[in-house]
Design a protein around this ligand. Structure first.
Ligand SMILES: O=C(O)CCC(=O)C(=O)O
Length: 234
């Protein structure tokens, strides 16, 4: 059984040392055949399963999370395989992930900088399919600096290069203190601010075009009991 308090020792070689604690980046976590199978399953989902947002569309699997928790629904087998595989690494402190958000981004699409908040705390994990992207991290607005203009650019801290078939695990300070987002661009230029450059096989100055990317964001959400919900209990 996974150690309830620690990620497994096999993850240690994948720690991104140039980022605040703790980020693990595992290249080639899945094979090309697994990636193709996952993409096939994502696109096999009925049309109403998709929610169109500005800049991306998504599918929600496992139940609808809300601040009181989640009325859990069974995950389909094609996702269960990966929620179990990621959980077996100890990513969720001995718990098993029960929720997957599928995001699809076409080139020039992205997601605004945001925090994932307390519901998914302390871990968010992502399997990337179809296309590489940069995931950017930002310092939060400093509430003590009221007179100072704090732009997204001035709060930018670092990026991670997420290659197809990779697994990303974000926990601790990186989860709690920083915002993350994806710029809506058609290609990414790699700089010295890409903290996992060597682990991800990138080079400074390289231009990485984007095609359609699908991410599986795998998390553990506390469950709420149906009876408690009906009785209005906390
Ligand atoms: O697609 C990704 O890698 C990031 C997704 C994300 O930040 C989210 O769904 O909250």
């Amino acid at each position: 059984m996974a150690n309830p308090h620690k990620t497994s020792a096999e993850l240690e070689e994948y720690v991104v040392k140039d980022a605040p604690p703790t980020v693990y980046y595992v290249p080639a976590f899945i094979t090309e055949a697994e990636e193709a199978h996952l993409l096939q399953q994502v696109y096999r989902a009925p049309k109403p399963k998709w929610t169109q947002l500005s800049g991306r569309r998504l599918q929600n699997w496992g139940g609808l999370p809300n601040p009181k928790g989640m009325l859990a629904e069974k995950l389909p087998d094609w996702l269960l395989t990966y929620t179990e595989k990621v959980s077996a690494l100890g990513a969720f402190a001995g718990k098993t992930a029960n929720h997957v958000l599928v995001n699809e981004y076409r080139p020039e699409e992205g997601i605004m900088p945001h925090e994932d908040g307390p519901l998914y705390h302390p871990t968010v994990t992502t399997i990337s399919l179809g296309s590489p992207t940069l995931l950017d991290f930002y310092r939060p607005v400093d509430q003590t600096q009221t007179g100072v203009l704090q732009t997204e650019e001035s709060r930018y801290m670092l990026s991670l290069l997420l290659q197809r078939q990779s697994l990303l695990i974000v926990q601790g300070e990186m989860y709690e203190h920083y915002l993350h987002g994806i710029r809506g661009v058609a290609m990414d230029t790699l700089t010295e601010h890409v903290a996992n450059l060597s682990l991800a096989g990138g080079h400074v100055g390289e231009v990485v075009p984007r095609t359609t990317r699908v991410s599986l964001t795998i998390r553990h959400v506390p469950k709420i009991c149906h009876t408690n919900l009906l009785l209005g209990r906390k």
